[in-house]
Ligand binder design. Structure first.
Ligand SMILES: Nc1ncnc2c1ncn2[C@@H]1O[C@H](COP(=O)(O)OP(=O)(O)OP(=O)(O)O)[C@@H](O)[C@H]1O
Ligand SMILES: [Mg+2]
Length: 236
C-alpha cells in the first residue's frame, strides 16, 4: 500500500534577485512501512523534499498525499494539526530546547494534542524507554552526549505515534558508534513499530540500512535501487 504520494511536484522559491527551483516535476511514492534513504549532492533538494512531505512547505505545483490527507488542500490550521498527529521530524542538529529536560523536550509535541497529563506521562515514558534513555529523563541536553541528544530527538519525533517519521541527516553529527546505534534505532522504528521512514543522508553505510535508496540531483530522481514501492507491496 502506498502511504506517501507526490505527483508532479514543483517547488519554487521566488527571491528578489533570482528564482530557485529545488524540486521540479517530481513523482515520488513511499509504501506504508517502508524505509527509504534519500541521497544526493548538497543543494539537490533533499531538505526541501522532506519539508514538502511534512507539510512545512507547500508545493508551488502538484499534489502531496500522505495517507488519507491531501496536504496541498488543507488550511494552515488543519495542516498544523495534521502535522502534529501524523509526522515526526528528526533534525541533524537535534533541535532540543536547552532549558528543558529530556522528559520535557519529548513532551513538547504532545502539548499540541488534547491529552490528559497521565496519558502524556505514560507516552513520554514509553518513548524514552524505546530509545533507551529512561535513566536520563531528567537531564538537560547539555548533560547528554550527542548520541543521547539525538535519541531524545527521536523519542520526541515518535511520542505522538505518527505514521511517518522524517529524518534529515540524523547521523551527520555523530561518531561511528553513535551513528550505528541511531541507525539501529531507526531501523527498529520500521521493523517493530511499523513506522514509515524517509531519511536523508550523505553516508552510504547509513543509506544501506534502508529498504530502498533514492538519489536526487537538481530536484529530480536520478536513480533508485533495491525494491521499488510496488515490489515492496507484493511482499507486504
Ligand atoms: N526557503 C528557501 N528560500 C530560498 N531558497 C531556498 C529555500 N530553501 C531552500 N532553498 C534553495 O533550494 C536549494 C535546495 O536546498 P535544500 O536545502 O533542499 O538542499 P539539500 O539537498 O538539503 O542540501 P544539503 O545536503 O546541503 O542539506 C538550494 O539552492 C537552496 O538554497
Ligand atoms: Mg539539507
Amino acid at each position: 500500500m502506498t502511504l506517501i504520494e507526490l505527483r508532479g511536484v514543483t517547488k519554487t522559491f521566488a527571491g528578489r534577485v533570482e528564482t530557485v527551483t529545488p524540486i521540479e516535476d517530481l513523482d515520488f511514492t513511499v509504501g506504508a512501512g517502508e524505509f527509504v534513504s534519500l541521497m544526493g549532492p548538497s543543494g539537490s533538494g533533499k531538505t526541501t523534499l522532506l519539508h514538502l512531505l511534512a507539510g512545512i512547505d507547500r508545493p508551488t505545483k502538484g499534489s502531496v498525499r500522505v495517507g488519507d490527507a491531501e496536504i496541498t488542500g488543507l488550511s494552515a490550521s488543519a495542516l498544523a494539526s495534521w502535522r502534529a498527529r501524523a509526522v515526526g521530524y528528526v533534525f541533524q542538529q537535534y533541535n532540543l530546547i536547552p532549558v528543558l529536560t529530556a522528559f520535557e523536550n519529548v513532551e513538547v509535541p504532545l502539548l499540541l494534542l488534547r491529552m490528559s497529563r497521565s496519558e502524556r506521562e505514560q507516552r513520554i515514558g514509553t518513548a524514552l524507554a524505546a530509545v533507551g534513555l529512561t535513566d536520563r529523563a531528567h537531564h538537560l541536553p547539555r548533560q547528554l552526549s550527542g548520541g543521547q541528544q539525538q535519541r531524545v530527538a527521536i523519542a520526541r519525533a515518535i511520542v505522538a505515534d505518527p505514521v511517518v517519521v522524517l529524518a534529515d541527516e540524523p547521523t551527520g553529527n555523530l561518531d561511528r558508534t553513535a551513528a550505528r546505534a541511531t541507525l539501529e534505532l531507526l531501523r527498529r522504528l520500521v521493523d517493530e513499530f511499523g513506522k514509515t521512514l524517509v531519511m536523508v543522508t550523505h553516508d552510504h553505510e547509513a543509506a544501506a540500512r534502508a529498504d530502498r535508496v533514492v538519489e536526487l540531483d537538481k530536484g529530480r530522481i536520478v536513480g533508485a535501487n533495491a525494491a521499488t514501492t510496488s515490489e515492496v507491496d507484493e511482499h507486504a
